[in-house]
Design a protein around this ligand. Structure first.
Ligand SMILES: Nc1ncnc2c1ncn2[C@@H]1O[C@H](COP(=O)(O)OP(=O)(O)OP(=O)(O)O)[C@@H](O)[C@H]1O
Ligand SMILES: [Mg+2]
Length: 245
């Protein structure tokens, strides 16, 4: 397992945002955290990223306990819905940001930025500013910026929530392809089950701070383990999806 959460508890002013959360994500896999609003998805990501500390429990990355390790040292890239691009930086400068922070050489930075612009098919747009891009293009740049320092783990918190339905479908197919191509372990948060089923190897279902079930989309549809899951997941949509594939 590349990521392991073991018996994580987190309360905010007495409110249990994470209640005995345990799960693992294998190296190179894409897991989706799926659950209703307020079920604790973002809280989990923030603890993995080192933006919040669990009250108890262990967080392991590649077998090493990282509870006390600052987020900046965990080798994590993240794309958050509201993690906007830097407005006064060009696309290329945005992508270069993490490398500048690491004080990499000019030549190395340029090569990496060019490589990433190519990866996200935006080679010609490096000099544009964020306000000259579409929503989908902005999120592609956010993805490239997160990948630039070669993180071992990528966290995505509803990266397409602000994007309209059609573009969103295209983007998630694109994202899945990119993640497979790069081979990076990723955790993707969504409250859209269709999105989770289409994108993820493993789905982790959250409800009221707890994990209800972990499994492949197929497992979850065949054998929902709790009443909540049976109620929450609409497998007719899943079967339709499988038929389309
Ligand atoms: N800093 C905080 N202070 C107090 N309560 C918080 C804080 N962060 C989260 N919570 C509470 O913890 C619960 C879980 O929040 P979280 O943001 O993890 O949910 P979520 O599953 O990501 O929801 P959404 O789908 O709406 O983004 C919510 O009830 C929220 O109000
Ligand atoms: Mg959230």
């Amino acid at each position: 397992m590349y990521v392991e959460m073991q018996h994580i508890h987190k309360t905010f002013d007495g409110f249990r945002a994470s209640n005995d959360v345990s799960f693992g994500v294998e190296k190179g896999h894409l897991a989706a955290l799926l659950g209703p609003s307020g079920s604790g998805k973002t809280t989990i990501l923030r603890m993995i990223a080192g933006l919040d500390m669990p009250d108890s429990g262990e967080i392991l990355l590649n077998g090493v306990r990282v509870n006390e390790l600052p987020g900046s040292k965990r080798g994590i890239g993240f794309v958050f819905q509201n993690y906007a691009l830097f407005r006064y930086m060009t696309v290329a400068e945005n992508i270069a940001f993490g490398l500048e922070v690491q004080k990499k050489g000019k030549k190395e930075i340029k090569e990496r930025v060019d490589e990433l612009l190519e990866l996200i098919s935006m080679k010609e747009l490096g000099k544009r500013y964020p306000n000259q891009l579409s929503g989908g293009q902005k999120q592609r740049v956010a993805f490239a910026r997160a990948l630039a320092p070669n993180p071992q783990l990528l966290l995505l918190d509803e990266p397409f929530a602000a994007i309209d339905a059609k573009v969103r479908r295209e983007l998630r197919a694109w994202l899945k392809e990119m993640i497979e191509q790069v081979g990076i372990t990723s955790i993707f948060v969504t409250h859209d089950q269709e999105e989770a089923m289409e994108v993820a190897d493993t789905i982790i279902i959250t409800n009221q701070g707890r994990i209800e079930q972990i499994g492949t989309p197929e497992d979850i549809c065949r054998e929902p383990q709790t009443d909540f899951v049976a109620d929450f997941i609409d497998c007719r949509r899943f079967q339709l999806l499988m038929a389309i594939k």
